[in-house]
Design a protein around this ligand. Sequence first.
Ligand code: TXA
Ligand code: MG
Length: 337
Amino acid sequence: MTEGAILDAAARLEAGALVAFPTETVYGLGADAENPAAVAAIYAAKGRPQDHPVIVHVAPGADLDYWAAELPDEARKLAQAFWPGPLTMIVKRNAHIPDAVSGGQDTVGIRCPSHPVAMALLAAFKGGRGGVAAPSANKFGNVSPTTAQHVRDEFNEEAGAGAITVLDGGSSQVGIESTIVDLSRLATHGPVLLRPGHIGAAEIAAVIGAMPAAPDAAAPRASGTLESHYAPKAPVALADTGRLPGLLTTLAGRGRSVAVIRYSPMLVQASAQELLPSDPAGYAFGLYAALRTMDRAGVELILVETPPQHDAWLGINDRLRRAAFGSAGIVDQFLAG
Ligand code: TXA
Ligand code: MG
């Protein structure tokens, strides 16, 4: 990645075009957050409903009071502790922030990513004073991309036609989307964990002295909280470690083509398989690429070994539960059929 390519991408963003760029979590599909037409183009490219808010990405040292109407102390402390890094904060938005960014809500999500290419792009864009609105660079509902090739696979046509510029910054190191903490209703609700991720609730609590709660029904809409999110094309089901080998043998015996993603080093019988690291950071790094690879194998089912249930695996279990949501009962169906 040359400096010229980054400057060129920043100029494109300033001109209202879309640029896909690497972050440490996943790749984002970016547009000038203050250009409603450019933000609308993101929604159109993704096939995403217009009322879903997008995260505004800012450069290190950005003036957060420009974006936030009321910036609580908690937000300053969390930015100090975790930025640049995989944490998004939801705060009350300033009146001049376009509706398109916030999905019409009175809040805005802000994040300062740590990937060097993202930081260079944000530093170059509007001299470091702008915000880049960027959801994950995938079609609505699909698995988030963690490489530039994943982005090209998602937006083949648009990238080919030059409508989307793709910056290649290698593999995203975290591998799952940022932790989202809602600080917009502190007085009434305290901090709320809208999406678990690499930065855990306990780490947040250690900085602000209050444990973020799970969202209730009144929490702001977050598309990442839609149950159907992060799903590959093949149905996904989870199976406990002890049950996995026998289940695979039975399914193979019934002529079912099954891919398996596991972290335990056991021998299994499957049409395709991926062994991920048994530590949560390594597992998260490889998960989305593994789901895409297994999907490409053209199997009838992707069976995932249920990961450990400790806190460090919360973000991973959250994404897997969503990936499997639309396929509840599929294994029983295959066993009965
Ligand atoms: O790691 C990430 O956060 C990646 C990279 C590109 O930064 N971005 C990402 O964006 O995952 P997206 O749009 O796929 O997910 C952002 C989530 C959505 O669930 C959205 O609804 C929520 O953040 N969100 C954004 N602004 C919000 C707001 N003002 N209130 C509530 N939720 C918000
Ligand atoms: Mg997304």
